[in-house]
Write a protein that binds this ligand. Sequence first.
Ligand code: UDP
Ligand code: MG
Length: 324
Amino acid sequence: MIEKTDISAPPVLSLVVPMFNEAGNLDTLFARLTQVMADLGESYEIVCIDDGSKDDTVARVLEHRQRDPRIKVVELSRNFGKELALTAGLHHTSGQAVVMIDADLQHPPETIKEMMAKWRDGYEMVIAVRRDREQETAFKRLASKAFYEMFGRVSEVQLPPGAGDFRLLDRKVVDVLNAMPEHARFMKGLYAWVGFKQTIIPFDVADRAHGETKFNLFRLWRLAIDGITSFTSVPLKVWTFIGSLVASFALLYGLLFIVKTLILGIDVPGYPSLIVAITFFSGVQLISLGVIGEYLGRVFSEVKNRPLYVVRSAHGCRREVDKG
Ligand code: UDP
Ligand code: MG
């Protein structure tokens, strides 16, 4: 079902809310967003992306839409993941400024007021940065710190630590992001890559209102790999270096062995060191093959050139840009 396209003037602010099984959070979410928007007094739309929810998220959002037509809904045909849900959301916005916010109320809607103030001051991107991550496990915090550290070293762009998807983008920035055709979308990297006049404001992460996080360790690992492989080819090149290092080491060791044999004669032991060497270098080879595989996989998925996501139906959205 495609409703008649909205032809009223574009709003000042578009909110993009990705939703995957968030039915339990919707009433509070819309109540708080509406309150904040009323305080701001700007025209707005709320673009909700249903990322293939299995619960009654869509039905519930559509109920809210009955009440308030500024709530718009884009239903994806299945779960495409948060990065693509956000991409779909950006494609369907028309506001002069766009704020992306999670549906689980971990991003306090009140922060939007500060973001708008910064935007009025002329900033084209306002990044909300988490003040603390106390709620998360020590392991997740450590892993994320390690990831940012490494990413900053090897890639061409810098990610502010603690910055997530909660941010305001000016229309100019949204248009640039929308024009990017890549399939593996690591949004945090893309935001950093586009540049523009950026500023940071701190916020406190709230507890998830209802339901559970959708990001398990495996998904986070995939996201980290996506991030690294889309923004640097260092892991691909580092193998030339490691390979030469290992080869020269092996050569030296061989020489040493020949000299030793000439002086001391042949000694039978050496079996354990042999096994150690074989398993170690097999490991190194498998890792390097895996790294090449990651990049090749990406090339493959870009070359197939499939659409980034599939929309089942869109309710009330003014425009949808070319998905590239
Ligand atoms: N989300 C989504 N698709 C997914 C996973 C998550 O649209 O495949 C949405 C989810 O509904 C929420 C936001 O992305 O609005 C953040 O997800 P979550 O709270 O699970 O992540 P966390 O806060 O733990 O990083
Ligand atoms: Mg969350």
